[in-house]
Design a protein around this ligand. Sequence first.
Ligand code: ARG
Length: 465
Amino acid sequence: MAHLWSGRFAGDPDAALFEFGASFKFDRRLFEDDVAGSLAWAEALEQAEVLSPADASRIRKALEEIGAAGADPSFFDSDAAQHDEDVHSFVERELVARIGDAGRRLHTGRSRNEQVSLDLRLYLRRRVPQIQQAISNLVRVLAQQADTSGKALMPSYTHLRRAQPVLAAHFFLAHASALRRDDRRFSSVLTEVDELPLGSGAIAGTSYDIDVKALANRLGFSRVVANSIDATGDRDFVASFLHACALTMVHLSRLAEDVILFTSEEFAFFDLADAAATGSSLMPQKKNPDPLELVRGKTGRVIGRLTGWLATMKGLPIGYSKDLQEDKEGVFEAEDTVRASLDAAAAVVGGLSIDHAIAEAAASGLLLATDVADYLVAKGVPFREAHEIVGSLVRRLVDERRSFGDLTIEEWRAYSPLFQSDVRHSISPAASVARKRTPQSTNPDSVAAALAELQEWLSSRTVRT
Ligand code: ARG
């Protein structure tokens, strides 16, 4: 069996070891990028007068045919393809099978070391925008929930203890904020990917007069790599991509955790749509949030891909080593997992309904203590002293299993003569959120402005895609 490098060897490689080193079963996913890169390389070789116009046009025609044949998945499963080491070998073998010697000239001055970097860059350039599209779909669903929840109130939590009342919309927009950072992070991955590695050869550059700037332009890259040694061994952009995926998963996992908690019997602020839940084979009452648990669970594997990849890179000498072949399965798995998880989260969040009464009741009570302290501050009491006074009032209410709303005006006044009768209606969840002043706060006007800004962002993205 002939391989791309058979000449140097007297015998065939050990079949099991060859299989161990082959990547075609997974890197076929780079097929269309490999064809696109090869078309551009053929053109560059022609311009450098390495290929005759006739050979270049044979190569172009055959590559176009090969590209079209890839639309049928069985193309990759032919008997000959079983022996292809990787996607680059596959395309080259198909090319030679079609046009013979002209096909054998295509690899002139080019190495798989730069080719694989190019293919992965082209691949990410195609696929990252699709992840970003899935991010905006989820953000759109969160914005819709923020919109339909209107003035609904719920408690916010710190240390998973009731903290202060917020609008439910503010909660949904909090998760949207994290996802918008993910979108920006993926854009910066695209900036990192945007460098042409071709012209680097195997490591030292190429001896042919290739106009790399024109080639970059032809392939839609804004820059050419600065150093051929670095370029052939550099997969930092893979680490950045995996980091963007891992952090997106961390955000999805936290969203999943919130929704799992808040749809449980203990919280019950939201209810899951039947279509987004599963039952138990044994316990008839169960309505389980399986898709969200899976989103949370799959976060582990994407974090694992990032840390695994960093570990793979850390011991490598500069330049290409075969270890780098490990990048692709990590990229593909992280990509598939992030996309599926974004879609699942959007489907589940889109089906949530809010129970206004339960959520608002949970936002009332002792978590208004900061508002009571602020009431005293407004009357001139230093905050630290107000905190003490309200703290001892809370202690008593906890002991007596009562809340602020149960206090008579005499009881209020026993703690401070500054409490007036207005304290009874000024201490409520709605008053609490209305009292917030900053643009990032849960004040209803601020939340409405934040939602409007988010909707503007969403509509600008619809135009872009
Ligand atoms: N399949 C290889 C990879 O993914 C392509 C580059 C192979 N280069 C080499 N010199 N063996 O990294």
